[in-house]
Write a protein that binds this ligand. Structure first.
Ligand SMILES: O=C(O)CCC(=O)C(=O)O
Length: 302
């Protein structure tokens, strides 16, 4: 008797919500609800599978504010809201990131949650590399003044679409997370990075890093930024939310303001890119396995 094959999942249809968060958390969350509703109801690519939010969408991106906005996970109001929205709109939601308070240690983390269309939390990533930089005449930022770093890579199953990896912003500068996610045993087809680059490092590295992670691993790389706060006195996010395909082409890109952009992630591009330029199969782990081995990594189970 022949066993019917499971139907192949269609292309993953996604929306990137590039919104600007202010000091009023209630207003930020109301904005999230209306942007997600608009993303779904005004989709230009048919029924959406997934909506993604930017880093720090419910609070200002400011070291001295993270604790004031921090919530418990999963009992806090933002987790509750995103769960309801995922269920109501029947989409996966990659919930950007929020400041999370861990009550057992009193530490604050920069945390991203992903929800299934049934409203369940299916992944939790705590930013693993904190953004501590100092560029003379550019920008100084020290997340570690108030945040603690997560200690795991994050890979999870996006239902019938397959596995994906997730990092937050500065995490994209560390190629190991994407490399681990895209190889055995996880074989992810995409990396998602909610991220808030700025007007100094954005022009320098945003596109370069997105395309590099895509080309290194021949996967999709998806970046979702807050909108720029033109005229504001706080942190100036770069904007330019985008998707890079497994060849490194940028297939969609937002501007700097509030905007929703759409993309279809066609998984059949992975084998095509890997056949055309077979770096995926040409890795010489016998030479560098001591540095980056396959499968030797702690991966988050939420
Ligand atoms: O890596 C960068 O240039 C920006 C990183 C950042 O803004 C962040 O990690 O939030």
């Amino acid at each position: 008797m022949s066993v019917p094959k499971a139907p192949l999942a269609h292309n993953l249809k996604i929306a990137l919500v590039q919104l600007k968060a202010g000091a009023d958390k209630t207003a930020n969350l109301a904005k999230v609800s209306s942007f997600i509703k608009n993303a779904v109801t005004q989709s230009t690519i048919g029924k959406l599978d997934l909506v993604m939010l930017p880093e720090c969408f419910n609070s200002p991106y400011a070291v001295d504010q993270f604790r004031n906005y921090a919530e418990l996970v999963p009992s806090g109001e933002t987790t509750h809201l995103l769960s309801l929205l995922a269920k109501e709109h029947e989409v996966y939601i990659i919930g950007g990131s929020i400041p999370e308070l861990d009550p057992s240690t009193d530490k604050i983390f920069n945390t991203s949650l992903t929800f299934s269309p049934q409203g369940e939390v299916i992944a939790k990533h705590r930013k693993a590399h904190l953004f501590d930089i100092n560029i003379p005449d550019g920008i100084t930022f020290q997340e570690s003044v108030t945040l603690s770093a997560g200690d795991k890579a994050t890979v999870f199953k996006l239902g019938e679409f397959g596995n994906v990896g997730l990092g937050i912003c500065y995490d994209i500068r560390f190629p190991e997370l994407a490399m681990v996610a895209s190889r055995n045993p996880w074989n992810s087809f995409a990396m998602f990075y909610p991220g808030a680059f700025n007007t100094t490092t954005g022009p320098l590295h945003w596109h370069l890093l997105a395309r590099s992670r895509a080309v290194d691993n021949e996967i999709f790389t998806v970046l979702c930024s807050p909108a720029r706060d033109v005229g504001g006195s706080g942190y100036q996010a770069y904007g330019h939310s985008l998707v890079a395909d497994p060849y490194g082409n940028i297939i969609v890109e937002a501007g700097e303001g509030e905007e929703i952009v759409y993309a279809e992630l066609d998984k059949s591009l992975l084998p095509k890119a890997r056949e055309a330029i077979p770096v995926h199969y040409q890795r010489r782990f016998e030479i560098y396995d001591d540095f980056v081995g396959e499968g030797k990594v702690k991966v988050s189970d939420k």
